[in-house]
Design a protein around this ligand. Structure first.
Ligand SMILES: Cc1ncc(COP(=O)(O)O)c(C=O)c1O
Length: 384
């Protein structure tokens, strides 16, 4: 696929499109054949050459550089994690706060953004919750409850349940004005929408959706000032200039890395990091802006095709607050199973049908979905 630009040829890189109408990218991305090939190469090395691990370690740093460039930041601000949850928990446990301080979240947030903070209630952190802003949250959503004791605002960039795209720049300005860290869960948005934004201190995400890797790899990006972070866990990887096999001196203080590396411990998910390298190449060749515009245009197309059925997706009315996720409030029950029987994959979230696009989605997928919805609406049998 070398020399490719734009979306031409991309659909063919996702074999799933031959067998399924896959409209569930907010759940997980299917593997592309490019990522599969990279994993095959990795496992061949593992099987026939046992790495060597030194070679994999070099690849880790190359992919860190590529991820940093993709995010518009520098490699020393990025730590690899297992998933979003780990990144959120690292933020909740390392950002400086004292008992009586508070963090502000929005109602309806994903559990993996919320629980890490809620768990800190036992240590005296107050968790404040603002009402859900269905048109998309901005600085005004949080302003009423942010006060001198607020030590973080935590928000999803794109909400997994409504698909709303929150205005991170506006929330970031509110936080920056008050010197409050903004922690962004970019699980749904990274790889689909630009995530770099003024005022974002923390970005936590996994890579198995928009970044097109298998599960088990995530990252945190933190704007510099690592020295103030005291990680809960440390190991050789967290130490400044740590050699591969350091001799431990029990008499001296350990010197933590001055970069985001102080947040990493032990061996990493080398396989998934190799996969991420391949998917960053693919996303880079297609162009993030192209992907962003494509998924929004697919949403417009879905809206238009559903209109004759009298179905209007719920969610923000403003296009710049929408995402690759469209949510349908359809009558009756059992839509996920009904569609699965027709080889159409979606997820039901809170009794609504969540349809989500990827860079390989085509209008023909949406046509198949709309046809199936129309058939069921016309012929009844909508469950109880
Ligand atoms: C907003 C959001 N955060 C987090 C997650 C997942 O968390 P993790 O990467 O820890 O599995 C999801 C979906 O799976 C999500 O939609």
């Amino acid at each position: 696929m070398t020399g490719m630009s734009g979306l031409e040829g991309v659909r063919e890189l996702f074999p799933i499109t031959q067998e399924l109408v896959y409209l569930d990218n907010a759940h997980q991305a299917p593997l592309s054949s490019l990522v599969r090939r990279e994993l095959d190469r990795f496992y061949d090395d593992a099987e026939w050459r046992a790495g060597p691990k030194e070679k994999w370690a070099i690849r880790v740093e190359e992919v860190r550089v590529a991820l940093a460039a993709f995010l518009g930041t520098t490699p020393d601000t990025i730590a690899f994690t297992k998933n979003t949850s780990e990144g959120v928990n690292i933020a909740a446990t390392t950002l400086p706060w004292r008992p009586g301080d508070n963090v502000v979240l929005m109602a309806g947030e994903h559990a993996n953004l919320a629980y890490g903070w809620m768990h800190q209630r036992r240590n005296g952190l107050e968790v404040r919750v603002v009402p859900a802003a269905s048109e998309g949250a901005d600085g005004e959503t949080f302003r009423p409850v942010v006060d001198a004791q607020t030590r973080a605002v935590a928000v999803s960039h794109v909400a997994y349940d409504t698909g709303q795209r929150n205005d991170i720049a506006s929330i970031g300005r509110l936080c920056a004005d008050r010197g409050i860290p903004l922690v962004v869960d970019a699980m749904q948005s990274v790889g689909v929408f630009p995530v770099e934004a003024e005022g974002v201190d923390w970005l936590a995400a996994g890579c198995h959706k928009g970044l097109l890797t298998p599960h088990g790899l995530g990252f945190v990006h933190r704007a510099p000032r690592f020295a103030e972070l005291v990680p809960t866990y440390v190991a050789a990887a967290s130490i400044e200039g740590s050699p591969h096999d350091p001799e431990v001196s029990f008499d001296t203080e350990i010197a933590l890395s001055l970069t985001a590396r102080r947040l990493e411990i032990g061996n990493l998910n080398y396989a998934a990091i190799h996969a991420l390298g391949a998917s960053l190449d693919l996303i880079g060749q297609v162009g993030l802006a192209t992907i962003t515009e494509r998924v929004l245009a697919l949403g417009d197309y879905l809206d238009g095709e559903l209109a004759p059925l009298g179905v209007e997706p719920i969610g923000p009315t403003r296009r710049d607050r929408r995402s690759h996720i469209r949510v349908l409030d359809l009558p009756g029950t059992g839509w996920q199973d009904y569609l699965a029987d027709r080889a159409i994959r979606v997820t039901e979230v809170r009794d609504r049908v969540r349809v989500s696009f990827g860079l390989f989605t085509a209008e023909e997928d949406i046509d198949a979905l709309v046809r199936a919805i129309g058939d069921r609406l016309r012929h009844g049998a909508l469950g109880n």
